[in-house]
Ligand binder design. Structure first.
Ligand SMILES: [Zn+2]
Length: 226
């Protein structure tokens, strides 16, 4: 009863369209669950996604759960996770994504999930790392081990706007370091981030992980810009 009154006074809202949720709904309304653009990329990476890495890093797979476009419901969703403190929403979406991944044969080859870390100042400001929330959700659903402290971010990335793909990568090349190489040896690592735009962040992190002894590296972004 009390819960019902609270819900009437302060309705939970859909993370994508912001409309009040029904009592039976969590995080997303039913319409958004159906309508959010999910490209279903798990079997084969489409060219528009793999081309972001071709010639720059020898990845094994690249996955994206949502299709990101400016002004879309997916952008609203990512904004809630990154800037509005909605870490539970991030974990929920990670678990949803993980359920799709679990149904895919590629799952067999992943040994370890590593989220793209935040710089410690940013982490303090935000109180959580949204990529880690997503990675936790994926790990819970798939049982692939998850490790948050292997990779460190040493600085805040500078703006990459206006740089070409090679100079973007060079800008980011000193941003990450591996804190514990022993856990990476011979492993197929799945690097996880919230949003994939150019791929430069993934590549910078992957270079360090590969140099530290990982055998293969794949990428998963909750949302990717086409
Ligand atoms: Zn909605």
């Amino acid at each position: 009863m009390f819960k019902r009154i609270l819900q009437l006074l302060y309705p939970k809202r859909c993370g994508a369209c912001d409309l009040p949720l029904l009592e039976s709904e969590d995080f997303l309304c039913t319409a958004c669950r159906i309508e959010l653009p999910k490209p279903g990329l798990f079997l084969k990476s489409p060219n528009w996604l793999s081309v972001k890495f071709d010639g720059l890093f020898p990845f094994t797979y690249v996955h994206a759960f949502f299709l990101f476009s400016p002004g879309s419901k997916v952008q609203h969703l990512m904004h809630q996770i990154k800037y509005k403190g909605q870490k539970d929403l991030g974990e929920f979406l990670g678990a949803w994504c993980g359920a799709h991944l679990k149904n895919n044969i590629q799952l067999i080859s992943y040994d370890l999930i590593i989220p793209i870390p935040l710089f410690h100042k940013k982490f303090k400001e935000r109180g959580y790392n949204q990529a880690a929330c997503i990675a936790q959700g994926i790990s819970q659903m798939t049982q692939i081990p998850y490790c948050e402290n292997v990779l460190r971010r040493l600085s805040q990335s500078q703006s990459l706007v206006g740089q070409n793909r090679v100079s973007r990568y060079e800008t980011l090349s000193g941003v990450f370091e591996v804190a514990d190489p022993s856990v990476l040896k011979g492993k197929h690592v799945l690097l996880v981030d919230d949003t994939l735009t150019t791929g430069a962040t993934f590549i910078a992190a992957a270079e360090k992980i590969k140099a530290a002894g990982a055998s293969e590296i794949s990428f998963l972004a909750l949302a990717a810009l086409k």
